[in-house]
Design a protein around this ligand. Structure first.
Ligand SMILES: [Zn+2]
Length: 362
């Protein structure tokens, strides 16, 4: 059900950190998340993937026939070749990798040789015994291994880790944690999810931060930073409107704010107020108040404020229940062509429950 963005925006902008809101949040009980059960053989289940299993089969066959005649300047060939030449991967895993083609074709800054080298020797291990109830998967950069801990894996986790494996190198490995995870998960949502605007996975707050950065400096600069590992790209853009020392402090502050959040599921209000002040000042300098970009900024900023209170999974669900979901594509060209209008998506309570069945604890 679609609603009118304007009314909701007014509502959101009126949300202030008032004691009434805090006590309301605290009075709500803990939302229990039920993890959707997948069959172990179901890692590629053809249900949610953008590319059909038949299409994957076709590509697979094509590659076998073309054996030895690949053009490594062509991103599609590069990815398919790396997958097909990798003896560690099963055919099922190779088919999942074919889904990365759209993504790799659209990111112009990707180091193709690194992506090729990583994929060609990548190993995927299913380490169910080390599943601790929250941590679903890892890409281990040093050994070029993906580890899946969740005992009933699904392709979302595998795709997320595959995106890490494509982009991680000695430079990008040093990027702030929130930034790496936020961009990775937003890419996963936009390129591979059936419901690309609905973050049903692990990093809603990190994604909100990445979206704010995209609105500040442009999605292209964010993608370039994610691919090169050079945060000064973002810094340079921010400094067009702000004082360099303040920008430096701002970026460090966000990193500390999220580090504390990852550790304690809560963050100090000092970090938060610095984040709010600078961000507001930047938007006011760069954009007119009438600019539509304020809608997504307001929405994501108010979500990030929820990090102060703890119980982040619960707060996220409540935020969606109260405000709906602000819909706007950031990275995917196909989504941008399809969804020109920005709007709020409203969910009935049971729809949120349904969508969050797969919510993985942070
Ligand atoms: Zn990750």
């Amino acid at each position: 059900m679609k609603g009118t963005g304007g009314d909701n925006l007014k509502l959101i902008s009126k949300i202030v950190i008032a004691s009434a809101l805090i006590s309301y949040l605290m009075s709500k009980g803990t939302v229990k998340f039920t993890l959707e059960k997948y069959n172990v053989d179901n890692i590629y289940n053809n249900k949610n993937l953008k590319i059909s299993e038949e299409r994957a089969d076709e590509l697979f066959q094509l590659l076998e026939e073309e054996s030895g005649n690949y053009n490594l300047d062509n991103e599609r060939d590069l990815i398919l070749t790396a997958a097909i030449e990798n003896p560690n991967l099963s055919n099922v895993e190779k088919k999942v990798i074919y889904n990365l083609v759209d993504l790799i074709e659209e990111v112009p800054y990707i180091d193709k040789r690194v992506a090729y080298a990583n994929l060609k020797e990548l190993d995927i291990l299913y380490d169910y015994e080390n599943y601790n109830g929250t941590h679903l998967g890892d890409y281990v950069y040093n050994t070029n291994e993906i580890k899946i801990y969740y005992d009933t894996p699904n392709h979302d986790v595998l795709i997320h880790e595959l995106i890490h494996s494509l982009f991680l190198n000695i430079y990008t490995n040093k990027l702030p944690y929130y930034f790496k995870e936020g961009v990775t998960e937003l890419l996963q949502d936009e390129y591979f999810s059936d419901n690309p605007y609905f973050e049903e996975s692990s990093y809603p707050y990190e994604i909100a931060m990445v979206k704010i950065l995209c609105d500040m400096v442009g999605f292209d600069v964010v993608l370039k930073t994610y691919t090169t590992g050079d945060m000064s790209e973002i810094e340079k853009e921010l400094n067009k409107y702000m004082v360099p020392e303040e920008t430096k402090k701002y970026l460090e502050n966000i990193e500390m704010m999220f580090d504390q959040f990852e550790e304690k599921d809560i963050t100090d209000f000092d970090y938060m107020s610095n984040f709010l002040d600078y961000t507001k000042a930047f938007f006011e300098k760069k954009y007119l108040k009438s600019n539509k970009i304020y809608e997504s900024y307001e929405y994501n900023k108010e979500l990030i404020i929820k990090m102060v209170y703890g119980n982040s999974g619960n707060n996220y669900v409540e935020y969606l229940e109260e405000n709906g979901y602000y819909v706007k594509p950031y990275f995917s060209k196909k989504l941008k062509e399809k969804d020109k209008e920005y709007h709020f998506e409203h969910f009935e309570d049971n729809e949120i429950d349904k969508a969050l069945k797969k919510y993985k604890l942070i």
